[in-house]
Structure formats: C-alpha cells, structure tokens
Write a protein that binds this ligand. Sequence first.
Ligand code: ZN
Length: 473
Amino acid sequence: MPELPEVETVKETLKNRILNEKIVAVDVFYENIIDESSRNDFKELLIGESIRDILRYGKYLIFIFDNVSLISHLRMEGKYFIKDKKELRNVHEHIVFTFESGNTLRYHDTRKFGTMKLVKSTVFDEIMNEPELKKLGPEANSLIDEKWFYEKITKMKVKLKPALLDQTLIAGLGNIYVDEVCFLSGLHPEYPCKNLTLYDVKNILENAKFVLAGAIKAGGTTIRSYTSSLGVTGRFQLKLHVHTKAFEPCENCGEMIKKIVVGGRGTYLCECCQRLNKPLVVGITGGIGMGKSTVSNYLISKGYQVIDTDVISKEVSNMNEFLESVKIVFGSDFVVDGKLDRKKMGDLVFNDQEANKKLTSLIHPIIKKKVIDSINKSKEKIVFVDVPLLYESGFDELCHYAICVYSDKEINVERLKQRDHLSMDEIDSRINSQMDIEIKKQKAHFIIDNSKDLCYTYKQVDEVVHKLQEMRK
Ligand SMILES: [Zn+2]
C-alpha cells in the first residue's frame, strides 16, 4: 500500500514527466473509481485541460489543471504509468488520459479501491475544503504543535497504532511507518494513548518527521505490491528497523523482533524496547526546604521507587564529560581535584540567572537521559521522580502526574535557617531563583501541605498514593 513517501515519489516523478501535458482524450474502463459527483462531466471537464501542477496532501495526489483539479487516492494498489498511446492497454488500466504529445497517463489498479474526484477550482485552500481533505489531520512530516497533539491524542480511547493510522488525527502515516515510529519512540503499538506523556508525544512527532524524511529521500519503500510504476525504485526497505524483520535480532537489545496483529494490521515490534507495561511516572517537586525530601523518604520507607535527581546530579557532576564542559564554560577554577566545587558553583548560580541557565544546559540532558533509563528499566507500577526544578527544567514532560510539596513561608524560612544555616539574604536569593511556589501549586495535580507535623504530611501522601494506585489499575 503506497504511503506518504511513495505518493510523494509518484508526485515528484509525474511532475518531472507530464507537467504541462494537454489532455485530448479520456477513456474510462471502470467508472466506479470516479466519484459519483464527477462521473457525468469527467471527460468533458478534462479534455482540453493542461496539467499545471501536481500537489500532495497526506496520501492524496492533487492534479491542478487550468480550470479544474483532480483529487486522486491510490488506496491499496493504485499506480500511475506513463506509456506511449500505441502501447496496448493492460487489463488493470482503468482510466487512460491521452495527451496531445502522444503520451498517455494510465491509472492501474488491480483491486479497484482507488478514487478520483474532480473539483471545479484550482485554488489549494478551496480544494482542501472538500470533505475527504478537510477531515485530514496535519501532515505527519509538517511542524505540528506538540502540546495541541498531546491534548488530542491522550483523549483518544484507543491503542497507539490505530491512533497514528487515523488520518483525521495525523495524515500520511501508514502501516510501515507507524511500526517504525513506535519502535524509534520506544512505545508499544498497543500502548494506551491516554497514558502517553508529553515526552512520548514529542518523540512520536520527531520520529514521524525523521522516518518520513528518510523515506522520501530514498524514494519510498518497496514492499510487496508497491513497485514504483514510474521507474523509481524505493530503497527505504534497507533502512527499516522492525517492519518485516520478524525473527531478526533487535538492533538495540538483540531480542528477537516479533510480529503481532494490532487492529487487524500485521505489526512488528521489539517487546523488550517497546514495553507495554510501563510505570506511571509521578514527579515530586516543591520550593527549596519545603519538604520534598520528607515526602520522598516517606515513599521510599513505604517501598516505593523514587528516582532522586539530586543523587543523579551528584553522580553526573563527577563525570569527566561534564567536568570538561564546566572548565570550558565557567573556567578551570570550578573544578578542584577532579571534582566540581559545589559551594563555588552554588554561590554563582543562585545569584546569576545566566550562569544558572548555562549550568542547566550542561547537566540536565545527562540527568534526563539517566532518569529515562531508570523509568524504562523499572518493573514497578508507579515510579516517583524527585525533581527540585520539575517545571523549570522540563522534567514534567516525562511525568503523568506531579505532586507539589509546600509549606508556609515563615515555616519554610525557619527550617532553611536551621537546616542550611543560611542568612536571610541567602535564603531570599535561593527562593527567588526558583519558580514561584504558587505557580508550581497551580501546575501540579496533587498538593501536599507540609506546614504542620509529619503525621499530617504522611496522611496526605497516603491519600495521593491511594488515588494513583486507583488510576494505575
Ligand atoms: Zn529491542
């Protein structure tokens, strides 16, 4: 079945071969391919017209003539051939356009599922108003607003693969490329859409663009029935990671690639890299000294997995790769005896926003990768991630839910004085360097008030955990 890259290849090839050809005859051998609305005046409207442009939207080809346009969908087996008019007609060539030059464009379709429809306009926006085009979602290889897509797909009560095949959600992804996108995004084709995180969605969109760009560049994929009708041989099959690779080892982990059926479609995946049972990821954040660690420690004592980004940050800060970049960006005096001078760096970044941003851009990508690895390896149903700067650093996109721990300002200041022995100025600059706690509270799904005694805090944590467990069922 031709997919977006194949249709793009057909479009480009046709543009090279038949642009400005003038139609002098139209022969229709199987009328049902033509939409009912266009059957009566199909020949009449096309004879005398020249092809001025050929466009594509999703898997639709759009031929623009002088006064009309033709919307063509190849469906399962549709192909176009360009032949001399003297060549005998193949039995599967159902519609033949003869040009003034003596060339013919022949629509060939063994299963007769393809469609053609004439539109009495040559203006793209007007053509796009036709129902079959209007209902299509944004093209998978275009720039799609990630948050808009996230809101849309997570409301769908279906599995991931059927959603990505749904052309009204996203246009142009077919069976082959959806398998590839799911693999590259580390997502099981049967993963429930409602459980996707913003991070998953960003990966899906990025990989869709990457896969389609590669396939278009290679001239489409040649599998089974799709053989390029116009002398172009697709080479993308050489670059497929999972599709048609059943019983071959996964290039990531070496496990055997499996073939399953999802929504009636043959589907290839690595069950090790594309786990179906991924944990629910819950971020824990809060203001400095407000009790985030109290909550994390309580969860650990209850047997829950808590990924502590402060611990990971300390590990990363001793990594050579990181220290070398610190020397380059901040100067070699920030590294003492092969270790980061944390006090010196802390003093700098709490008072200097630019420096803070630079440090973040060095360390966060490494921490994020480690957190993602831990989540992917986790066998738990719920994983908590303790991140002081959950929103500021964009870690919230990894999480399904977020908990914000806070305490009243006076209590917070008192605790900071006692815990960290900081002066009032130091406390102010540390608090001011972070996102306002009120904004964090608004963004979070759960709020825990840590202004009173521990029992009160723990009771709230128990309630949140209970709700999360209910959601995970
Ligand atoms: Zn694998």
